[in-house]
Design a protein around this ligand. Structure first.
Ligand code: WTA
Length: 661
């Protein structure tokens, strides 16, 4: 990450003395108390067994944890069905009429789905998937907008013991194809189109391109959302309403082993190839449900909960689907963008449904700040009780704005640190216990162990800074990278192999009170609006364009998106340099990246240069490029093979070759 933004954060936290304890009233009714930390510390396994007992097990486990580093098995010998836990048991317990989802479509259409409705839809979908040949152990790819069928499809897979691989709707056909190939998915579930900023946009055309040449895919199941005309392949393509609606709404959920795969979710690493993060059933659901219960102080049947993430990211998996449903939540699910048709849409939805728990991302909070406090001021937000954030470090200014203008000084803010790999929240306040500090995720939740260590793996202690590690296995931890054990060991367990720590890839610091402050990634992974994108992935996309010889990509700090993607490219010799530097050529390159990976990876800025700064061993010095991208004086160049390169770059940039919109 940018050392400079680390320094900015460090100096911030040196002066940060504000602290906000919960009100006595909030503390008195909270789901978790301070005593939970000690209880968990004194006997972790008993603590986690108690949390697992909140679920329904068809067969109880024999052993809480089997740890053969770096491979964990939790609740060994136990059997459960994840979908049964999320749906059926609530109906059997007499809560069938409780609303599971208040769904709000972008154009303003709505659907109310009770637990009985959800059970019926999931059973029908499970029967339909079976008819389409999906069996326990198979993989199913899902690329859908934020519609109820996305949740139903995931739960139907879980019910059958088929692992789903959800791919974010904004990813390109190429990105979808490589994920289908890697997991050898048998079925793709998608839609005709999707609403985006008030207009229907194509979906099936893109997914068709992705499955042009993927022999593992036997069928494409298509949900009708936008009524768009779509291309159709007879024999392969099936409408959701044709096959699902005619199924029986009875389906008996089979118990699966606690370690049975639940899903694969691809995330960017430091190489170009995304990693298929594998999560399994019992431990994952235990931690998902537990953290949702204690960190959001969720009260079943009372709270109205809204997580604004997309189903395509891990936050959507754990905190729209599995955690809340396991806890019998009533959730809001919203299909669209926050400014369609107006910039108060989120506040309008909170007012309409009486949302009490709102969980969103810092980048969105900064966008709301930009739009102005007059917008939320027009709505009644008095139902809110707890506010959450996730995805990137939240700057104290945005935290305070959120507290004052959305929480009206009475809602605890829970800044939650976790990753696709951790499966569930790891570091966060307990809203009824913790005196929170603006910008800090505070400390690991009860039952979770985290530490900050130096280069050599030695804990730094209060006031010290270094690398964030997880030093004990946790129930929702990834069980591996799909099909690549070596990469799993190498990526997460080699950096501190001697100590046996999981290396999270994030820098962190303890303040003098021992609160943890996350400082961003220390590897070549960028964080743009809370989305993880690797520099190498964008570089490969650029180099795949016929005019580009070489590319170097950095994440430069950005006031709204956290980081913005800035690319430096060297054009091929046969490209007329003036033309290659022109606005049209730069636009073509940005569009090319968007087409290759998806619009989230479109560079904010592309600069055409003649040389790139490299060390003698050929490693690109991104630090220097970041100086340029952030308009700073260029730092120490002594390790460059050719120290005049930076002058050339700065000179060259004065003559154009820079573009952004
Ligand atoms: C970053 C999202 C600071 C971090 C759940 C991590 C955060 C990466 C926070 C994981 C936070 C997430 N404070 N940084 N509260 N939450 N991050 O896999 O760099 O999409 O490693 O999971 O986001 O991103 P991922």
């Amino acid at each position: 990450m940018a050392e400079e933004s680390t320094n900015a954060t460090l100096s911030n936290l040196a002066t940060e003395s504000r602290s906000f304890p919960p009100s006595d009233e909030f503390a008195a009714q909270a789901n978790a108390t301070a005593e939970w930390y000690d209880r968990a510390d004194s006997d972790r396994e008993t603590f986690w067994a108690e949390q697992a007992d909140r679920l329904h097990w068809h067969q109880k486990w024999d052993k809480v944890l089997e740890w053969d580093a770096p491979f964990a098995q939790w609740f060994v010998g136990g059997k459960l069905n994840v979908a049964y836990n999320c749906v059926d048991r609530h109906v059997e317990d007499g809560h069938g009429e409780q609303v599971a989802f208040h769904w709000e479509g972008e154009p303003g259409d709505t659907r109310t789905i009770t637990y009985v409705d959800l059970k019926s839809e999931v059973c029908k979908a499970a029967n339909a998937l079976t008819e389409l040949g999906v069996q326990t152990g198979d993989r199913v790819a899902i690329q859908l907008p934020m519609i109820p069928e996305a949740v139903v499809a995931m739960l139907a897979c879980a019910r059958l013991g088929a692992a789903h691989s959800v791919v974010f709707g904004g990813f390109s056909p190429g990105a979808l194809r490589s994920r289908i190939e890697d997991a050898e998915a048998k079925l793709l579930i998608t839609s005709d189109g999707q609403y985006r900023r008030g207009k229907p946009a194509p979906m099936k055309e893109n997914t068709d391109e992705a499955v042009k040449d993927t022999p593992s895919i036997k069928h494409v199941l298509v949900v009708k959302r936008t009524e768009t005309e779509v291309p159709w392949t007879e024999g392969r393509d099936v409408w959701w309403h044709d096959i699902v609606d005619r199924q029986s709404d009875e389906h008996e959920a089979q118990p699966f082993d606690s370690e049975h795969p639940l899903y694969i979710l691809y995330t960017s690493g430091t190489t170009g190839k995304p990693k298929g993060i594998l999560h399994t059933s019992g431990g994952y659901l235990t931690q998902a449900a537990y953290t949702h219960h204690v960190v959001f102080d969720h009260k079943p049947g009372e709270s109205v909960y809204w997580c604004t993430a997309d189903i395509g990211w891990v936050t959507g998996h754990t905190y729209i689907v599995y955690g809340p449903l396991a806890n019998r939540a009533t959730s809001v699910m919203y299909e669209g963008t926050p400014n369609t048709p107006h910039e108060g849409r989120h506040w309008e939805i909170i007012q309409k449904y009486g949302v009490s728990i709102y969980y969103t991302a810092p980048t969105l909070i900064r966008t709301f700040m930009k739009w102005g406090k007059e917008i939320p001021d027009k709505f009644d937000l008095s139902s809110l009780k707890v506010l959450g954030t996730v995805g990137e470090p939240i700057n104290p200014e945005a935290w305070m704005w959120y507290r004052e203008n959305i929480g009206h000084d009475k809602c605890p803010i829970v800044d939650t640190w976790w990753q696709t790999e951790t499966g569930a929240i790891m570091i966060a306040p307990l809203p009824g216990v913790t005196a929170t500090k603006p910008g800090s995720a505070m400390r690991a939740v009860p039952g979770i162990a985290a530490n900050v260590v130096d280069e050599s793996g030695t804990p730094v202690g209060p006031g010290g800074g270094g690398y964030l590690v997880l030093d004990k296995p946790w129930p929702a931890m990834l069980r591996g990278i799909w099909g690549d054990e070596e990469r799993y060991r190498e990526t997460y367990w080699s950096r501190f192999a001697e100590q046996g720590y999981y290396f999270a890839g994030d820098g962190a610091k303890y303040d003098d009170d021992g609160a943890v402050w996350l400082l961003g990634r220390v590897d070549d992974v960028m964080n743009v609006s809370g989305h993880r994108i690797s520099t190498t992935e964008v570089e490969s996309a650029l180099v795949s364009h016929p005019t580009v010889a070489e590319a170097a990509v950095v994440g430069a700090s950005d006031p709204t998106t956290g980081q913005g993607i800035v690319a430096f490219v060297i054009l091929r010799g046969n490209v007329a340099q003036d033309e290659g530097k022109g606005a049209d050529a730069i636009k073509a390159l940005r569009d090319h990246v968007s087409k290759e990976i998806g619009p989230i990876a479109k560079p904010r800025q592309i600069m055409v240069v003649d040389e790139l700064p490299k060390t003698r061993s050929g490693k690109i010095m991104r630090r220097l490029l970041r100086d340029v991208a952030e308009n700073r004086e260029v730092g120490d160049v002594t390790t460059l093979a050719d120290s005049s390169v930076m002058d050339l770059i700065s000179e060259g940039l004065k003559d154009g070759g820079k573009s952004e919109d």
